[in-house]
Design a protein around this ligand. Sequence first.
Ligand code: ACO
Length: 382
Amino acid sequence: MAQVPEYIPGLAGIPAARTSICYIDGSAGKLQYRGFPIEVLSERCSYEEVAYLLVFGHLPSASQLEEFRNQLVSERGLKFRIIDLLKTLPESGHPMDALTAAVAAMGMFYKGDHIADPEFRRLSVIRLIAKLPTIVTAWHRIRRGDDPIKPSHELGHAANFLYMLEGEVPTRLAERVFDVALILHAEHSMNASTFTARVTGSTLTDPYAVVASAIGSLAGPLHGGANEQVLTMLERIDDRSPHAVRSWAEDRLARKDKVMGFGHRVYKVKDPRATILQGLATKLFKKFGSTPDYDLAVELEGQMADLVGNKGIYPNVDFYSGIVYQKLGIPMDLFTPIFAISRVAGWLAHLLEQLEGNRIFRPSQIWVGETDRAFVPIEERA
Ligand code: ACO
């Protein structure tokens, strides 16, 4: 009898690609894009520079970065029919669904000959990175009855997003905090949405279908949806005294309910992105005042370290990102779309890498059903 291969739920620990995009050492809390530590990139670069690094594999020269920025700026606008499409969607729908629909539709407006065409690939990369923020902000305004704000040609990627939300140019601090948040979310190795992007890309479909499928994957509460759930969870904790927070956490853990924003498949120490975001949050709060949710989050982090730190369950990037976005005045249901407008650079880097020496994904399965069953005509069935 043939040996049955072992089934690994969630494919945990099974390599799905050879890659040089993102290096993570989960036990040391190390994260690097193309070999550069995230701490350095988040301190020294803009999102555009990091997106270039991820997609093209090297840091740009000053002129390469300027050209890339100009190309992004020139592709920020949306075709009026994509705006019309957004207008037909129910305003009560989740922005992630609106984003999926609009990105899938982009594939119809920007048809290329074949994914093997380098010019089609290059243009698609630029368009996707450039237009996702415009789609998210346009949808947000359309659903509340306002006209979308046209993208600015002067502002950087991060500032332009904040500008297109309410029409106000953000402060330098708000712009920098948001830029860093985008950098921190731009790539994270073989997570569910990136795996989705690689699987979809391996069929040689167009990049818009690849990104639309990845957005669908990111939307789930165990992945990109977690930062939204962190705030909902925090807002439900009425008694915020240390003793009550500990009882709340103990009770939740005893019921085997997940504490949102904690735990990670890869990190067994605090997620380095959470540490960087927390530093930014502190700067924001120093300038604009703290929030009750941040104080509660810090208390919960301490209690959780005491209760489950020995199991390697620490805050992940989502624990503080929602709190930062809330302070920037961003509505809660845009948190996951913001994740998408950042992660699109990582998805595209993986798509391009997948296409080098591509082989379509086709894993096996372990059969647990019956075989060779006798067919019973419908009139004879119980
Ligand atoms: N709260 C409480 N217990 C937890 C948590 C948590 N957040 N995360 C893991 N655990 C416990 C599990 O109950 C389990 O305990 P057990 O061994 O006693 O049964 C053990 O740790 C292992 O947990 P798994 O769910 O098997 O870990 P996995 O690696 O599969 O899941 C995941 C990782 C999905 C992130 C998980 O930690 C989780 O659901 N966290 C909450 C949601 C979240 O914050 N997601 C964002 C992830 S980061 C991102 O996508 C950007």
